[in-house]
Design a protein. Structure first.
Length: 60
């Protein structure tokens, strides 16, 4: 049960960081550097599948 709770917390952190990265890239960073904003969006696009794998890790 403790492992499941840890997985949920990590999932929430990963998805939250995904939303923060997208928000910052689209609304702040793009005014200063478009390539950096694209890189942030690319990293944010990779995080949801990783979050799902982490959330389901150790389940049968």
């Amino acid at each position: 049960m403790a492992r499941r709770c840890d997985n949920r917390k990590l999932y929430i952190w990963l998805m939250g960081s995904c939303l923060v990265l997208i928000g910052l890239a689209w609304f702040v960073v793009r005014f200063f550097s478009v390539p950096v904003a694209i890189g942030m969006s690319a990293v944010a696009a990779v995080l949801p599948p990783i979050a799902v794998i982490v959330a389901n890790w150790g389940q049968d």
